[in-house]
Structure formats: C-alpha cells, structure tokens
Design a protein around this ligand. Structure first.
Ligand code: GLV
Ligand code: MN
Ligand code: MN
Length: 421
C-alpha cells in the first residue's frame, strides 16, 4: 500500500507518491500500470489521494463526473478558485508520472501553504480528472469537458471494449449517469487553471533545463475508422478474389504516414490501435477497426491533412472493394496558454534560479479543455530521454522540487495580482 514519505521534501514526495501509485492496487493490469476511468484501480487511487488531500488541509469531494476535488479555503471563500490539477487515468502499460505528478504537485503546493499557516486571497482546488487519456471508452477528456461545460450529452453514450456502458461503469462506481453534466463549473467560480506535467518530449533535456513555461497545446483530431471486407477461408480463397480488410487497412495506414511525413511541419498522424476480426490464423479478416490521431499547432493544417487522409483512404477502399466508415471521436482546437499567466510563470522560474524558457506542447492535456472555462497556465518538467506513454518514463526528484518551488512562486504572484485587481 502507500508508503510513508512524509519526511521527504515536496518535490521528492510527489515523485515517491506517483511511484507508490504505480502498482497494485492502483493498476488494473498485472506487471505494469494501467489505470482506467471508473475501475477498481481508479477507486483505489482516489482513496489514496483523498488521504493526502485531507492531510494537506483540504476538504475533499467527488464531483458528478467522478473527478476528485480537494478544496483549501482562501481568505475570501467567495472569491473564484485557482484550480490546480491533471489526470489520474493512464494509458495501457503506462509510466508513473503522466498525469498523477500534476495532481501530487498541486497537493504539495497546498500542503506547503497549510503547514506555513497561510491562505491566499482565493481558494485553491486541486482536481484529479478521471478520464483524460480516453484509454477505456472511445472518447477522451470526458471529465474535464464535463467540468468546462463543453461536453455534448451524446458523448456519454459510449461503451468500453467489453460492452460496459459509461452509465453502467458509473453505477459500479456508485455514481448516477444522469447527474454527469452537473460537474460543470460556472466560469465565475474559477480564477485560473494551472497544470504541471512531464514534458513527454525531448526539448528540455536537450537544452539542459529542468522546467519550462508552456505557450500552448497543439490542436487534436481523433477519428475511428472501420474497414469492412469479407471474412472467408484462408486456404481456399484465391488472392484475386479476396476482399481482405486487413491488407486494405495496412495500405491505409501507410497512406496516413506518407501524408503526415510529406507535410514536413509539426503535423503528426498516428494509428495507435488496431483490431482485426474475426482474428483467426485461417480466416481472411472481414473487419478491421483502427484509430487515427492527427495533431498540429495549426488547426487549418491539421484539417487539411485530415481531408487528404479521408480522400486517400476512400480511394484505397474503393480500389479493393472494401467499405470504409469514419467517425470523429474528438476535435480539440489548439489552445494557447494565457499570456499574463505565462509571464507570472516565467518570473517564478527565474526566482528559483532557472532561466525562463518557453515551449509548445504536442501532447494533449486537460488544460486545453479548461481553456474554454478560464485562463490556463502549464509548467513542463524534463523527463528522461523524452520518453512517455511507456513504463520507462522517468523524472528526477530534483527537477520536480524546482517545479514545486516554481508553482509556489506562481501562486504567490497570482495572489499579488489578485489583490491589486
Ligand atoms: C494524452 O496524453 C495525449 O496527448 O493524447
Ligand atoms: Mn498521456
Ligand atoms: Mn497526461
């Protein structure tokens, strides 16, 4: 269970707590970390976070979308709150820091204020979002979209790979599906959103920097493709007579890669998940489903690539006698961080002895959804080799300590501007 790490400094304790959450009972898979939304591992992780939030002086509640929220009162309880958070869910066979580190650093920030007997002019709420990765249901950032009020109720009509609907998963978590949208926060209750996250890329390491201020997050489009051919006997159906959904899908995937490579900008396109049916060695696949994730800092460029991909895939399907169905899973616009908050973060970095450095995020974050509710700020922390979405994900406690101090400096500066306002 959770190790005792109360004697560690804030940054090191945040890392140790992420490590403690990296195995059973906080994972749904044997021998690795997979913590999906509304699973027993999610529940166990929320129990640990509840303890840590309570010890840091917060009152804790679970909102209707199963986001865990710890609140630390400010001098004016009616003032809009500073939200600090990230996600507690993970990809399959994940690293330990993508998501939890931002939550744990929020808890450390509040803990430092609490131990010093300090209150800010505004309340602080630390939020552990339940679904950012979209690793269980065919939808992502469900829970921050619920909080920001941008969730289309139709998005709730989803089922996981085992056919368990979101409503059933919520019921198993003692939650009512029909209250989900009540997680929405009024904009008037929210001052700003701050998220610390490992960089998940190589830029900070290449520059020899521990931390950096994020300028914005690339636009994302996620699609799901279904290719239908004809399942048939692998021994008797001649090559000329096949309508093989798998070889058609393979050709489509290469076309996606070619279109993204030829763009030669920041545009990236990924097929990350493939499912072939019926999935037997002696049957020609009759149905293949795969995901397509397309990103760029420039939404027009991203959409142009998506259109080119659609045209290419349709041409491949038609040449092979296959049927192609494409469905949009989500469309998130590029999301710039708030300029004034970036300046506060730069100042806070300088005060910790770091050079100010700004970088863009190719990875998606809850901050890009929260930007429709309030001004957002993000702090990136160097990760070893730029590796993420992989058990080899690693951060240095010393870097996280710098991030911890920078976050406290940011909160102080926000307090000063808030009083002046
Ligand atoms: C989340 O990690 C994403 O960038 O998809
Ligand atoms: Mn991730
Ligand atoms: Mn993340």
């Amino acid at each position: 269970m959770v190790m005792a790490c109360s004697a560690l400094p804030g940054g090191a304790r945040a890392v140790a707590r992420c490590d403690a959450l990296g195995g059973p009972p906080y994972s749904d898979m044997e021998g690795g970390l997979y913590r999906a939304y509304l699973t027993p591992a999610h529940g166990a992780a929320l129990a640990a976070l509840t303890d840590w939030m309570s010890q840091a002086g917060m009152t804790v509640r679970l909102d209707p979308a199963a986001n865990l929220i710890g609140r630390y009162e400010g001098r004016d309880p009616h003032a809009p709150a500073l939200l600090i958070g990230s996600h507690i869910d993970s990809v399959r066979d994940a690293g330990r820091y993508d998501g939890p580190l931002g939550i744990l650093l929020g808890i450390e920030a509040v803990d430092a204020l609490h131990r010093a007997g300090r209150q800010m002019p505004f309340p602080i709420e630390v939020i552990a979002f339940g679904d950012e990765e979209g690793s269980r249901f065919p939808a992502a950032m469900l829970t921050s979209r619920a909080v920001a009020g941008t969730l289309d109720p139709a998005a709730l009509d989803v089922a996981d790979g085992d056919g368990v609907t979101l409503a059933e998963a919520l019921a198993a978590f003692d939650h009512q599906a029909d209250a989900y949208l009540a997680a929405r926060r009024p904009a008037s209750s929210t001052l700003a959103y701050l998220e610390a996250h490992i960089e998940q890329g190589p830029v900070l390491e290449a520059r020899g920097l521990a931390v950096g201020t994020v300028t914005g997050i690339a636009a994302q489009l996620r699609l799901s493709a279904m290719v239908m051919g004809q399942a048939n006997h692998a021994g008797t159906t001649t090559m000329a007579l096949r309508r093989d959904a798998m070889t058609g899908a393979a050709q489509m995937m290469l076309a996606i890669e070619t279109i993204a490579r030829e763009d030669a900008s920041d545009l990236v396109a990924t097929v990350g998940r493939v499912e072939a049916l019926p999935g037997a060695a002696n049957v020609i696949p009759g149905e293949v489903r795969f995901t397509i994730d397309i990103r760029s800092g420039d939404a027009t460029r991203r959409d142009r690539a998506a259109q080119a991909i659609l045209v290419a895939l349709e041409a491949i399907a038609s040449a092979r006698g296959l049927t192609l169905t494409m469905e949009q899973v989500h469309d998130l616009p590029a999301s710039p961080c708030d300029r004034a908050l970036m300046a506060l973060m730069d100042d806070a970095l300088v005060a910790t002895g770091q050079p100010p450095f700004r970088l863009v995020s190719g990875a998606g974050h809850d901050a890009m959804v929260m930007a429709s509710l309030c001004p957002t700020a993000m702090l990136f922390i160097r990760c070893r080799g730029g590796i993420s979405h992989n058990p080899a994900e690693q951060v240095e406690p010393a870097d996280v300590e710098i991030a911890h101090r920078a976050m406290l400096g940011f909160i102080d500066r926000l307090g000063e501007t808030f009083v002046a306002a």
